[in-house]
Design a binder for this molecule. Structure first.
Ligand code: P6P
Length: 334
């Protein structure tokens, strides 16, 4: 079968009725190439001396894994010279990384979690890269963190790469969600699914149940109803999955539906939540909405939240539209 490569898909997107420009095409190709390099490192595992701790901490005060640091460096090196970016920001860096003056600057900002799901790296469970593309504000040549503080509705593109049994890049340019699988024999991402759609209903939920005693009442009520199954108010049984790699859980939901929840709880309330707004919740929210799903904090649409800090955290409830709306309704009832 003669599949469409990512490069061809992007060239055709440049010619489409709502065209992307050459810089955005280059940006996506560069990020995809970096994800191929990350995939190779991840797949080496213990043979590549890339497992274990790096001996440093990130801005969240979390111990960095060697692969966290390596993935971050791969994305920085890949994106510095192309002339498509004004700056980059990452979970692994306190402040934005400006494009060195020896290279041309572009009009886009790239913000990413270079390797999400770090707790799973050393136990060989799927992990991933999450990225979001914003426009650099007009006239800004040396962006500060403030220039990244844009609501998710301003995203130009978003995507993730999940390093699982196969390496899969999922991308939205604002016109649907498309899936590309890495063909290692030719070394290219090839289109394997167009226009992914999330079923509006589901019988599968994803949440870390060990936090149950810390949840707010609306979430307690919602999960209790799911656990009550067919004898309860929902009248049917539900299944549960929790990979503890957001990319893996979201990819399952994009593939067969479901609801993913990392709600506000007493443990993470003072931080505003567990997951990060700019490089986890917003890109995943964009992708999920483009696939017909919904993404909420429980109290508002994630993509409409005005960020106040670069590494801001936020509650995340996303996936099958009717379930997300039910959870939001329970929050509204108080
Ligand atoms: P917990 C991974 O560290 C992450 O940021 C997400 O990928 C994942 O959904 C969540 O945290 C897992 O959190 O508390 O279950 O370990």
């Amino acid at each position: 079968m003669n599949r469409v490569s990512l490069s061809r898909f992007l060239i055709e997107a440049q010619r489409s009725p709502s065209p992307i420009n050459a810089d955005l095409r280059l940006l996506i190709e560069v990020v995809a190439r970096a994800c191929k390099a990350i995939s190779l490192a991840v797949n080496k595992g213990a043979l590549g001396n890339v497992l274990g701790e790096a001996g440093s901490e990130n801005v969240q005060g979390e111990a960095q894994k060697k692969l966290d640091v390596l993935s971050n460096e791969i994305l920085l090196d890949a994106n510095e010279w192309g002339g498509h970016l004004a700056a980059l920001a990452s979970e692994e860096m306190d402040d934005p990384h400006l494009i060195p003056n020896r290279y041309p600057k572009g009009n886009y900002l790239l913000v990413f979690d270079p390797l999400d799901g770090s707790s799973n790296i050393d136990v060989n469970v799927s992990i991933g890269t999450i990225f979001s593309v914003l426009r650099c504000p007009e006239g800004v040549t040396d962006p500060s963190a403030d220039d990244f503080l844009q609501p998710g509705t301003r995203q130009v593109a978003a995507g993730y790469t999940v390093y699982g049994p196969s390496t899969i890049l999922v991308l939205t340019l604002g016109n649907g969600v498309h899936q590309f699988t890495l063909d290692r024999e030719i070394g290219s991402f090839v289109l394997t699914q167009s226009d992914l759609r999330i079923p509006e209903d589901t019988s599968e939920f994803a949440i870390n149940m060990s936090n149950q005693r810390h949840w707010e009442a609306p979430v307690q009520r919602y999960i209790a109803e799911l656990l009550a199954g067919r004898e309860g108010p929902r009248g049917r049984d539900f299944n549960m999955r929790w990979v503890a790699s957001m990319v893996a859980d979201v990819h399952r939901i994009l593939t067969r539906g479901g609801i993913f929840m990392y709600p506000l709880d007493a443990k993470c309330r003072d931080k505003g939540g567990k997951l990060r707004l700019l490089y986890e919740a917003n890109p995943m929210g964009f992708i999920v909405e483009q696939a017909g799903g919904a993404a909420s904090t429980g109290r508002e649409r994630i993509m409409e939240v005005q960020p106040h800090t670069l590494h801001q955290r936020i509650p995340v409830i996303l996936g099958s539209k009717n379930e997300v709306e039910r959870v939001a309704a329970y929050h509204a009832e108080g």
